[in-house]
Design a protein around this ligand. Structure first.
Ligand code: G3P
Length: 215
């Protein structure tokens, strides 16, 4: 499973990249709003750091505007993926992008038929938001299982990005289900890679080495 960083924070992206833990990045307007500076410059910089897809989202709600904005994003770098919301206008825009070989990530997916429709329109990636479903007491990971199954049934090649990840169990379950990608905030990636037995084991090795160091 690929790890994407769900952030627009450059330091986090650099740190994850240095450790081989950043196969791509997903941004959205809310994540870009947390950072200082011109959002276009931030996305351009992310695309330079990351050797993988970088999603940048359109703001327009109508197809023409989505296509115009998406082509602007795509001009910034060759690894930009245009993020388009799952709406009827969005599907039309995805189809146009697909005919022009512009990669897309269909976002705000909350049921499996939305994912299937996005794939049929030509989306390169689909993003089910698991945490937001959990928030309304609807198991987000069940949706991922459904999408993975449906895509497998029909040999659909659109990648499944597990998004709105809120903890390590989301990421583990995503990998068990065979999702292509999980997009995760850097703090959560670090948290899921910590283990108390790793820490105490290392402490013990260092303490034992101290005993024999002067031999
Ligand atoms: O990738 C989508 C993600 O940024 C949404 O996460 O935590 O706002 O539901 P959240």
């Amino acid at each position: 499973m690929k790890f994407f960083l769900d952030t627009a924070h450059l330091d986090d992206i650099r740190e994850a990249t240095e450790r081989g833990l950043c196969d791509g990045v997903t941004t959205n307007p809310s994540l870009l709003a947390k950072e200082d500076g011109d959002p276009r410059e931030i996305v351009r910089e992310i695309a330079k750091i990351v050797d993988g897809p970088v999603s940048a989202e359109v703001i327009s709600t109508e197809t023409d505007g989505m296509v115009r904005e998406g082509l602007e994003w795509a001009k910034l770098a060759s690894n930009i993926v245009v993020k388009v919301p799952m709406t009827m206008d969005g599907l039309k825009a995805i189809r146009i992008f697909s005919s022009q070989d512009v990669a897309t990530n269909c976002t705000l997916i909350f049921n499996a038929m939305q994912a299937l429709a996005a794939a049929k329109a030509g989306a390169s990636m689909v993003s089910p938001f698991v945490g937001r479903l959990d928030d309304i007491q609807s198991p987000g990971m069940d949706l991922v299982a459904q999408i993975v199954k449906v895509f497998k049934n029909y040999g659909i090649t659109s990648e499944v990005i597990v998004a709105s990840v809120r903890g390590p169990m989301h990421a583990l379950r995503a990998a068990e289900l065979g999702a292509d990608i999980a997009t995760i905030p850097w703090a959560q990636i670090q948290a899921m890679l910590r283990h108390p037995l790793t820490d105490s084991g290392l402490e013990r090795f260092l303490a034992d080495w101290e005993k024999i160091r002067e031999r």
